[in-house]
Design a protein around this ligand. Structure first.
Ligand code: GLN
Length: 256
């Protein structure tokens, strides 16, 4: 088991042996994160952690302006947070429009949208076709105090870790304490995914026309449409990186 801190992260080898002794192909890839608002720094950590678990180098690009969202971006993360705030905050640099343009131009490049990110995929700006075929209801579990954590059944096939890398879940440079949910969830990578639902939206169940890949009891809480994965919860606030590994592996496949 390797102990590591993400800020000292670097992999410079381009071809290496996995723990199982097979030669692994290393692909150069750039993953963009929409840095408008919300849990963007946690996604940064999560994708770096997943890249270490997979021994696959990932360059993470912090996207703040529309012009940064160019053809060099291989995959995208739309974090959770507050979608109205994101829409307003992105007006000055047109980032959301840039992201939507990019998704329209490169429909086969993988995207992970979580919580507010899922809302943006289902309800992009006016005049645009939605990227996932379903209706979504915002704040549909009630107010902030009705946020919760619960086990989610995942049917999406996700790549295994090739190395077990232990990473401390830290929130920020100010030494603020992580929420207890993060600490409980960090060890868990069992069948059930530790679903963190924060003022989460709900997919309108009978409107879902894409592939369900995650359920909370009977309710669909994760869907896949082509290369777009939308979750109503926050995987980046846990230590379970399977959805971030999915993103990396889909990019590897798409770049073959
Ligand atoms: N309630 C938020 C919205 O409507 C989404 C919640 C989240 O991303 N945690 O945008």
């Amino acid at each position: 088991m390797v102990g590591a801190r993400l800020d000292s992260y670097s992999i410079s080898v381009h071809k290496r042996r996995t723990d199982r002794g097979q030669t692994q192909r290393i692909v150069m890839m750039r993953v963009g994160i929409a840095m408008i608002q919300g849990a963007r720094h946690e996604h940064y950590q999560a994708i770096k952690h997943a890249s270490m678990e997979m021994q696959q180098e990932v360059e993470v690009v912090e996207l703040r302006k529309a012009e940064q969202v160019d053809s060099s971006i291989d995959g995208l993360i739309l974090p959770g947070g507050e979608s109205t705030t994101m829409r307003i905050a992105s007006l000055s640099e047109s980032l959301l429009e840039g992201l939507f343009d990019w998704m329209t131009k490169y429909p086969n490049r993988p995207v992970l949208g979580t919580c507010a990110g899922a809302i943006l995929l289902a309800q992009p700006t006016k005049g645009r076709e939605r990227f996932i075929d379903l209706d979504i209801a915002r704040n549909a579990w009630g107010r902030q105090k009705f946020s919760f954590e619960a086990g989610v059944e995942v049917t999406l096939e996700t790549p295994e870790q090739s190395t077990n890398v232990e990473v401390e879940l830290s929130r920020d440079k100010f030494n603020h304490k992580p929420l207890p949910m993060g600490n409980h969830a960090i060890k868990s990578e069992s069948e059930q995914f530790p679903g963190v639902f924060i003022r989460a939206p709900r997919f309108i169940q009978d409107s879902v026309k894409c592939q369900p890949i995650a359920h909370l009891s009977q309710e669909i809480v994760g869907v896949l449409q082509g290369e777009k994965l939308a979750l109503t919860f926050h995987p980046e606030l846990t230590g379970d990186r399977r959805f971030h590994r999915w993103l990396i592996s889909r990019i590897m496949d798409c770049k073959q």
